[in-house]
Design a protein around this ligand. Structure first.
Ligand code: ADP
Ligand code: MG
Length: 244
């Protein structure tokens, strides 16, 4: 299998501090990968560089063979990479339906939104995605009144509207109830059947429920990688992370 995402010798510094340090990281097609590591390990910074928010100091990021480091954030989205940040960024005053609608790719660019007419295929897609993220019954509900977990799902739904081939999720289950976590695990397993997903997560029970392969970062470097059971037994991991 060839990697859909291949990160090589990636580095970035903030005021001389190496937040990510010569990191190699690759993800296969239709893989669900979990990235763990203590606070400050460089997990969010890694996603920031993949989605073009932060420019690397050195190294390469290839997505389907294409170098992402020279593309803008918008170009990276259009190339098929969707990114969810730690805090939900839904439009509070709009309904779930409208939030999904404005995420439909035809809305991109000024002309796209000016001449946009909602066709049946758009409504169909909105209903389909709402179903995927457990919000079928909430389509007319204002996003601001959703529970925290439902807003996280809505944001994942907004990304799914763009049908990305690679989805990057930063701590999506933080603040969720255990039932919401469980459903999110099901959601991630389902959506990774036909796309690649990278999810940063702290909660080890959650990781256990979804993980196929885990990458552990520490001080900007790769500390350990493999199945959860293997990573959990790794002395280096126990020392810096799980043992605490
Ligand atoms: P994680 O997500 O693993 O908790 P981060 O990637 O957010 O870690 O941060 C890694 C390190 O880089 C931390 O020490 C953090 O303070 C630092 N850092 C991250 N972003 C910036 C920035 N924009 N400016 C300065 N330092 C930053
Ligand atoms: Mg982070």
């Amino acid at each position: 299998m060839s990697a859909i995402l291949a990160v090589e010798k990636l580095s970035v510094s903030f005021d001389g501090f190496r937040a990510v340090d010569e990191l190699d990281f690759s993800v296969e097609q239709n893989e669900l990968r979990v990235v763990i590591g203590p606070n400050g390990a460089g997990k969010t910074t890694l996603l920031d560089m993949i989605c073009g928010k932060t420019r690397p100091l050195a190294g390469s990021i290839r997505f389907k063979g294409r170098d992402l480091t020279s593309l803008s954030e918008h170009e990276i989205v259009r190339a098929g990479v969707g990114r969810k940040f730690q805090t939900p960024s839904t439009y509070e005053h709009l309904s779930v339906f409208e939030n999904l609608e404005i995420s439909y790719p035809r809305h991109r660019g000024v002309l796209g939104s000016l001449f946009f007419r909602r066709g049946p295929e758009v409504t169909e897609r909105i209903r389909e995605v709402a179903g995927e993220v457990f919000l079928s019954e909430q389509l007319e509900v204002t996003a601001g009144t959703l529970s925290h977990g439902q807003r996280q799902w809505l944001e994942i739904g907004m990304l799914l509207m763009q049908d990305p081939e690679l989805l990057l999720l930063d701590e999506p289950v933080a603040g969720m109830t255990s039932r919401e976590r469980q459903r999110t695990g099901e959601l991630l397993l389902r959506i990774s059947r036909n796309r690649s997903v990278v999810v940063i997560e702290h909660d080890m029970d959650f990781v256990k429920s979804i993980a196929s392969k885990v990458t552990v970062l520490h001080q900007g470097k790769l500390l350990s990688e493999g199945p959860l059971e293997q990573v959990q037994c790794d002395e280096r991991v126990i020392e810096v992370y799980l043992g605490h």
